[in-house]
Design a protein around this ligand. Structure first.
Ligand code: NDP
Length: 289
């Protein structure tokens, strides 16, 4: 059987983990990175260094791309302006907006190449470990043709043909992830200001951030437009958030984050929804109908 082959472009922590996973699985791996020295370790382990982005893209049917953002992708594709991309597939695991994913797919299609958008849901150390998953969208036939190679990295969560979909699911995940992480760091700052160590806080923080019960409870109500204030009310949320703001202020900790949450709750109350569940905020925050 032929040795499977893949190109990896972009060797930040994520691209390096991906190239290493392919080497581990016996793939013939071609790599390119703007800063060539980042490839040295992989080359020492058997990867082939391409001299240019064009050579990297032309080396294999599949190129896995992992760059900082789509500005970087544009820069790389511009450098590869003369490359023959017909029939090739770019699995672009770079994160950016759905709009930019759709634009990139259109531009690559003009050059005869398929663009698969990917949104990796795990950090580099979890690449090629059980349970890791990536959102994918784009042409189903391209995803199927390269499924085995994609599954070397993570499970494939295919969402549909629209190239923007994987980026969209990724961004709504990041919306929760970064704000949750900042809420953890903010709470940590209040804890530390009061002499509570991260280790002491850890089991309590894990319990508080285990939000599964709430997500399961509220999702069907949100879809049904049912914002009954039978188990929680926005007025209660606003009062509770005010206590959080005051506790942070009394601890000498920045109050910007809890104040932003309090302001959103108050917007809901001022719009006449104080007796509704906090899920009413989905409508208050969303675009006007
Ligand atoms: P980095 O930003 O550390 O590295 C990405 C790569 O982009 C580097 O190889 C860098 O090259 C290259 N690059 C940046 N600008 C340009 C440019 N103008 N031209 C050419 N190359 C450029 O990112 P990560 O490796 O951490 O992540 C890659 C992608 O994966 C990102 O989109 C990120 O959002 C996503 N992701 C990352 C996760 C993580 O935990 N790290 C988790 C899930 C997704 P150079 O070496 O020359 O600087």
């Amino acid at each position: 059987m032929d040795t499977p082959a893949v190109t990896v472009i972009g060797l930040g922590p994520m691209g390096r983990a991906m190239a290493a996973a392919y080497l581990e699985r016996g793939y013939a791996v071609t790599v390119w990175n703007r800063t060539p020295a980042r490839a040295d370790d992989l080359v020492a382990r058997g990867a082939r260094r391409a001299a240019t982005p064009a050579a990297a893209l032309e080396a294999n049917r599949l190129a896995v791309v992992s760059l900082t953002d789509y500005d970087a992708l544009d820069a790389v594709l511009e450098q590869a302006g003369g490359a023959d991309l017909a029939g090739r597939t770019v699995a672009n695991l770079t994160s950016d907006t759905p709009r930019r994913a759709r634009e990139a797919a259109r531009r690559l299609a003009e050059r005869g190449a398929a663009h698969i958008t990917g949104g990796v849901q795990v950090p580099p150390p979890l690449i090629a470990t059980p349970g890791a998953a990536t959102y994918y969208s784009g042409p189903a036939e391209a995803v199927e043709a390269h499924r085995a190679a994609l599954e070397v990295l993570t499970e494939v969560d295919y969402l549909g043909a629209d190239p923007g979909l994987a980026a969209l699911y990724y961004q709504i995940g990041m919306d929760m992830f970064w704000t949750s992480m900042l809420s953890y760091l903010h709470a940590q700052a209040v804890a530390r200001a009061n002499g509570i160590s991260a280790a002491d806080f850890l089991p309590r923080a894990r319990k508080t951030l285990d939000l599964g019960y709430f997500l399961d409870f509220y999702a069907p109500r949100i879809d049904a437009g049912d914002h009954a204030g039978d188990v929680d009310r926005l007025t209660m949320g606003a009062a509770s958030m005010a206590h959080v703001v005051h506790t942070a202020a009394d601890s000498g900790v920045d109050t910007g984050l809890p104040e932003a949450v309090l302001a959103a709750f108050r917007r809901g109350v001022e719009a006449g929804h104080g007796a509704d569940s906090l899920t009413r905020l989905v409508e208050v925050l969303g675009p006007r109908e």
